[in-house]
Design a protein around this ligand. Structure first.
Ligand code: TZP
Ligand code: MG
Length: 211
């Protein structure tokens, strides 16, 4: 799962703009993975949003991941799911999704990262990098420096998350993250495309500087 800019949907943070407008702009700016995460959507609404995002991500050559809902991921032929520590276990999700699908899991420390790797996760979310207003029930801050310890402990791709802006991205990638995941820094930007392009450019530059 070698994505670079992972953009998560969040209609509440999108300044009243629609999903198609916001995510199309993020994809034009270089998002190469989109996660559908809308905590207050009904199953029907998720399905509709999932079909829309499947079309947009296919057109852009980007991946589509569904937060939590394996049923929705199957129904829209998403590339995979993202699970929290309290969601279904990775092996159950993989069994339900079938071969070739991506299973990612949220982690908050070295122990959870090691357990996720052992369980066969395709990538780990690692965060929060900073306090964020977007998710209020987050674990203690890992911080950009926390990426270093996790990078030394696991080989699995690390997608850093939580409060990330363009200004934090270089340090996070230098410390060993493969990608950054953002909600507000992209979907809440006045110019969504430009915000995505800026962060994607920093990830590309810093990854290019690595051995
Ligand atoms: N998981 C950990 S922090 C977070 C999620 C979904 C929210 C990220 O949103 P933002 O606006 O990029 O801080
Ligand atoms: Mg979850």
């Amino acid at each position: 799962m070698d994505s670079r800019l992972y953009v998560i949907t969040g209609h509440a943070f999108s300044k009243g703009r629609g999903l198609e407008e916001v995510i199309s702009a993020a994809l034009r700016g270089g998002a190469d993975c989109i996660q559908l995460r809308e905590k207050d959507f009904s199953g029907r609404e998720l399905l509709e949003a999932g079909h829309l995002l499947r079309r947009l991500t296919r057109e852009a050559g980007a991946r589509l991941i569904i937060n939590d809902r394996i049923d929705v991921a199957r129904a829209v032929d998403a590339d995979g799911v993202h699970l929290g520590q309290d969601d279904l276990p990775i092996e159950v999700a993989r069994e339900m999704l079938g071969p070739g699908k991506i299973v990612g899991i949220s982690t908050h420390n070295v122990e959870e990262a090691l357990a996720a790797e052992r369980a066969g996760a395709d990538y780990i979310g690692l965060g929060p990098m900073k306090p964020t207003k977007t998710k209020l029930d987050t674990e203690p801050v890992v911080g950009p420096s926390g990426v270093l310890a996790v990078r030394q402990a696991v080989q699995v791709p690390i997608v850093a998350i939580g409060g990330i802006t363009a200004a934090d991205t270089a340090e996070i990638i230098r410390n060993g993250a493969n990608a950054v995941a953002v909600i507000s820094a992209v979907v809440g930007a006045t110019d969504v495309e430009a915000a995505a392009r800026e962060i994607r450019g920093i990830v590309d530059r810093e990854r290019g500087n690595r051995a």
